[in-house]
Write a protein that binds this ligand. Structure first.
Ligand code: R5P
Length: 284
């Protein structure tokens, strides 16, 4: 087996290889003057099980093209099997045509992965109506979660926590983590009007006076879900507000209002204190 860190998987691929005691190599990547991507394997993949590690953040489309170029190249160079290990995988939200004329991007992107890979492992995939990866991919697909790592982090660092899920979908993370810790939790309700406008409501009263409150969610995108949730928690008397998430894109906005943010390292960032390389390596 060889673990190969693609351009957006380098922060974690070496850790996965070390845990598995397998050979590791970084993909050489670059750009042609017109912006096209260039990739080159830096080690032999012939007759090997090749694990390509790519986290699809930032320029997501380039990340996808790079993974496809890498998989097809590995195949051409004689790889025995090609697995995609994705700390963060995109395009899972648009799982149907909400308005006429829209692309069902989830199945189109999954179709590309099916075509070029033999297997895929995804950390905490953001699933809605189709809630199993087997219903999305044709190849062997494993859904992994950082929940036990999040629970461990809270246990070690936050005294007497109350866990809050900001919306119905967050119960997969928040409720699970609260159950692992055996602590009180609430799942709030969210209405989204646009990307930057959400309304959060508390459905059942909870006294948070003097409590350490931890909002647990998968993705923090614009940060508005967490900001609106924090407003309610402050009104209810929360002493300290933490946000622990799988993938974080709005760190500074949350920090500005005093929220202490911690995330996994699915997407590298300044507060990625929870390392998911162990979960990924066990799945390979
Ligand atoms: C939604 O279902 C997700 O779990 C997150 O709550 C959402 O992606 C957060 O988005 P934003 O930070 O833009 O409010």
């Amino acid at each position: 087996m060889i673990i190969v860190g693609c351009s957006h998987g380098k922060h974690i691929s070496h850790k996965i290889a070390k845990k598995l005691k397998q050979k590791h190599s970084y993909m050489i990547t670059g750009r042609f003057p017109d912006g096209e991507l260039y990739i080159k394997f830096n080690a032999s993949v012939k007759n090997k099980i090749v694990v390509l590690v790519q986290s699809f953040y930032g320029d997501v489309s380039d990340c996808i093209v790079e993974a496809i170029l890498a998989a097809e190249t590995a195949s051409g160079l004689g790889a025995k099997k090609i697995t995609l290990a994705a700390p963060y995988f995109p395009y899972l939200r648009q799982d149907r045509r909400f308005h006429s004329g829209e692309a069902i991007s989830q199945s189109i992107v999954a179709g590309l992965i099916d075509k070029y890979f033999d297997a895929v492992c995804i950390m905490d995939p953001h699933l809605h109506r189709k809630n199993k990866l087997e219903n999305i991919f044709k190849i062997r697909a494993k859904k992994l979660t950082a929940n036990s790592l999040i629970a461990d982090y809270i246990k070690k660092h936050i005294k007497n926590p109350v866990i809050i899920g900001p919306d119905e979908e967050s119960h997969k993370w928040a409720r699970d983590v609260a159950e692992m810790l055996g602590v009180e939790s609430r799942i709030l309700r969210k209405k989204r009007y646009s990307s930057y406008h959400v309304e959060i409501k508390l459905n059942k009263k909870i006294d948070l006076k003097g409590k350490n409150v931890v909002i647990v969610d998968d993705i923090v995108s614009t940060g508005h879900t967490i900001l609106e949730t924090a407003k309610i928690l402050k009104r209810l008397g929360a002493k300290k507000i933490y946000c622990i998430c799988v993938a974080n894109n709005a760190l500074e906005k949350l920090r500005k209002v005093g929220i202490k943010v911690v995330s996994t390292n699915t997407i590298p960032n300044k507060v990625d204190k929870i390392d998911v390389s162990g979960v990924l390596s066990k799945s390979l």
